[in-house]
Structures are given as C-alpha cells and as structure tokens.
Design a protein around this ligand. Structure first.
Ligand SMILES: Cc1cc2nc3c(=O)[nH]c(=O)nc-3n(C[C@H](O)[C@H](O)[C@H](O)COP(=O)(O)OP(=O)(O)OC[C@H]3O[C@@H](n4cnc5c(N)ncnc54)[C@H](O)[C@@H]3O)c2cc1C
Length: 413
C-alpha cells in the first residue's frame, strides 16, 4: 500500500510514524522548505502523550518537556485564584502518562526524527506544495506547485485548517471566529513572580483571557493572550505591543508585566469551519485541523490530531478502513469540539451572575472531570498483520517499554 501524507505538522508526522508501526510505509509532502520553524509552546495532554510514548518518544519528551504541576485559573483584575486542577504526578498516576508542555520546535524536531528513524531519511519531502488531487478507481494522483505528481493508493490530508486536500471532500472555507491571539516566548528570568513549581496559569476576564506556562528546559514561558475583535490580521503579523497593552488595561499587574516583557509578539486570527459531512471519500481522507479545526480553548487541537493519526494507522490496512476510522473518531471529536465551543463562551463571560456561577463551578473542578478526555486509549490495531516492518522495532529507545502504562479502571476511554 502506498500512502501519501500532505503536511508535516503534528498530524502528518504522527500519521507517518504510526503507519510505520503498522507496517505501512508512506511519503510525507510538506510545503515549507525545511522542518517548520513554528514558534511558541504547546501542551500535550495524556491522551496525546500516550500515543507519543507508544511511538518511543517517552524519553525525548521527558528530556525536553515540562510536566506542569497544575492548571490555575485566576480572576482578571486581582489575580485571585478561582480554581486549581492538579496535573503533575496526579495526572501521571491517573492516566499512566504525564501532561507535557514544550516548545513546538522541540516537538516538531522529535517527531521528524522518529519518522526518519522508522521510515528512512527522505520520507518527508520538503518544498512540496500540494495544489490538488485526482482520484481514479486505481489510485490517487497528487499534483504539486512545481508541476510534479505523485501516485498513491491513499492520500491523507494533514494540511491544516487551510487544507487543499479537504477541497476534495467539501467546498467550505475557514471563517474568522472573532478572536485574535498574541503569542510570544518570554525568557523566564523576566518573570520572577513565576518562580515555584511549573504550572499553567489562565487569567479569565470579560471578552478575553491570557495563558502562560513554562516550556521545557528552554528557560522560556509561552504566552497566549486572546482578544475578541471584529477583524483578523492578514495571516501572521508582528503584534503591536501598545494595542495589546490597551486591550489589557485594568488587568492584574502580573498579566500586564508579562505582556510588557514580550519583545517579539506574533498576532493572528483564529479560524473555524463547519463540521465536515464526511472525513473520507474514496481514497482520500483527512486528519487533524484539516478534518476538524477547533479553537485552542481546551489545548486539544494537536492532541486530537495525534489521536486521529493513531486511529487512522490502526484502520488503514483493513477493507473499509477509512470508514472505520471516521466511525471511531467522529463521535469523540464532536464531543471535544462541543466542549471547546462551550468553553469559548464561558471563559469570556462579562462579570455578573453567570460569571460568579461559573467561578463557583470551577472552584470545585477536579482532574477526574477530564477522564473522558485524557483517558482515551488507542483503538485495536489493524486486523491485518504488518508485512515488512517489525512492529516491535523501536528506532528511538523507549524507557517506558514503548507502550502506555496500564490505566486505572474506571477511566473513560
Ligand atoms: C494559540 C494556539 C494555541 C494552541 N495550543 C495548543 C495546545 O496547547 N495543545 C494542542 O493540542 N493544540 C493546540 N493548538 C492547536 C494546534 O496548534 C493545531 O490543532 C495543530 O497544529 C493541528 O495540527 P495539524 O497537523 O492538523 O495541522 P498544522 O499544524 O496546521 O500542520 C499542517 C502542515 O501542513 C503543511 N501544509 C499546508 N498546506 C499544504 C500543502 N498544500 N501542501 C503541503 N503541505 C501543506 C503546513 O505547512 C503544515 O506544516 C493551539 C492553536 C493555537 C492557535
């Protein structure tokens, strides 16, 4: 089976590495000229970490990522603690794998290394922008901007929210959600008030919120400040520090100091799409943001792409495997997207009775509330035995034994 993956983001690279575990080789086509130099940080919750550990990335993650002790929710003007959910050892004990936070570049690098180690150098072809696909009963042909073509049995669109592959399935377009984000990595030395155990801090206020967390051993803190707005900047632009400071007038001094400490802000809009009616057609299938973009309010977009990738790899060799993949993933992703949409409203409530009710509920929040989300486990492996790759071959040594640790009973799957 020849599989072509479009896009070497988290979804594309985890698809390639997971396919290799199933004995299926693929080629990944990425439009950027080299490994994407995507800045900023990313949280990988246990449901994604479980897949990455199974790919042998446990030691690499432990080496570079932070394992935040908790998520703290705070009031916007006075920084008062609204609620705290333990992560750290509590999450590791409950779900068998940690909750990680790391730099996106580190994640991208380790995934690329894993793909090349399992599938060989050259599996990821950079500088290849897919511009369209033609399907026939015998295969699917990918067309590229330079005029080249590549034939495959299955094409996987892992090409993000502006997916070209998705066009083969639907005629929709991304729409601006009315949120823009300012992002930066800030040296932790500039934020002395952040000392103490690593944690994810979220300040909630009317129409906006602000998140920060240390990202691994890099000595940097990831900042994401969200602002509601009628307009989106064109693409990714340099953020205007003055406008951001104005937007956060009256917010707690730690927030304002942190915004002032960011000397290279990236500003962009957030986009969404209407849910796809079908995630596959014939030989074409989508994963990650190409299938189901979601606002970052639950820090689950990349993690859901990881779940998609593992599920697709487990199904792809079976007859009707793409339909099975969609049937396994769809109810799960619909639930996550619904939770994100609800959160988008609740996180930005104006001060008043609804906000006070929300804060009372958040004060009682516990890690076990997230069992349905973080407790997800891999689907059963493909029914067909892998042919040409030893599934136990681990090019990246894994101190975790290459598999997720057993989960306690009662955790939702
Ligand atoms: C502010 C913010 C914070 C976030 N924080 C988190 C978080 O903490 N945790 C989390 O799980 N998620 C988070 N997310 C969501 C996460 O970033 C996305 O859901 C995730 O990156 C989607 O991965 P993907 O592989 O599907 O797509 P992408 O990451 O968009 O990757 C797509 C890849 O395809 C390539 N590509 C695109 N078009 C083509 C083409 N035509 N031909 C070839 N290549 C192409 C692109 O260059 C890119 O490399 C956050 C998002 C935002 C905006």
């Amino acid at each position: 089976m020849r599989v072509a993956v479009v896009g070497a983001g988290v979804g594309g690279l985890v698809t390639a590495a997971s396919l290799a575990l199933e004995g299926v080789r693929c080629t990944v086509f990425e439009r950027s000229g080299g490994p994407p130099d995507v800045g900023g940080g990313i949280q990988i919750a246990p449901n994604g970490a479980r897949v990455l550990h199974r790919l042998g990335l446990g030691p690499a993650l432990r080496a570079v990522a932070t394992r935040p002790a908790a998520v703290e929710l705070r009031r916007w003007q006075d920084g008062r603690l609204i609620g705290r959910t333990e992560l750290g050892p509590a999450a590791e004990e409950r779900y068998g794998v940690p909750y990680y936070a790391l730099r996106r570049t580190d994640l991208s690098r380790m995934l690329l290394h894993a793909v090349e180690a399992r599938c060989g150098a050259g599996t990821v072809q950079f500088g290849q922008q897919c511009v369209g696909l033609d399907e026939s009963p015998y295969g699917v042909r990918l067309r590229f901007a330079g005029g080249q073509a590549h034939d495959a049995d299955i094409a996987v669109g892992a090409d993000g929210i502006h997916s070209v592959v998705r066009r083969a399935l639907a005629g929709d377009a991304p729409r601006f959600t009315g949120h823009t984000v300012y992002r930066a990595l800030i040296p932790v030395a500039r934020l002395p008030w952040l000392s103490g155990p690593h944690r994810i801090t979220v300040w909630l206020g009317p129409r906006q919120h602000c998140v920060c967390y240390p990202v691994g051993r890099s000595g940097a803190v990831n900042l994401v400040a969200t602002v509601e707005s009628d307009h989106s900047p064109e693409g990714f632009t340099r953020g205007d520090a003055g406008r951001l400071a104005d937007a956060y007038q009256g917010w707690h001094t730690n927030v304002r100091r942190m915004l002032a400490a960011a000397d290279h802000l990236v500003h962009h809009g957030l986009f969404d799409r209407t849910p796809l009616r079908g995630w596959h057609r014939g030989r074409i299938v989508v994963v990650g943001d190409a299938a189901h973009p979601m606002l970052p309010f639950l820090a689950q977009g990349a993690t859901q792409a990881i779940e998609d990738a593992a599920t697709l790899a487990a199904c792809v060799r079976d007859p009707g495997g793409l339909a099975r993949y969609e049937a396994l993933r769809r109810p799960r992703v619909d639930r996550v997207v619904a939770a994100v949409r609800e959160r988008a409203v609740r996180m930005h409530l104006p001060d008043g009775p609804r906000q006070r009710q929300r804060d009372r509920e958040l004060a009682g929040a516990q890690l076990s509330d997230q069992d349905w989300l973080y407790g997800w486990d891999h689907p059963p492996r493909s029914r067909t035995e892998p042919s040409d790759v030893d599934p136990d071959h681990r090019a990246v040594p894994d101190a975790d034994g290459g598999a997720a640790a057993p989960r306690p009973s009662g955790v939702a799957g």
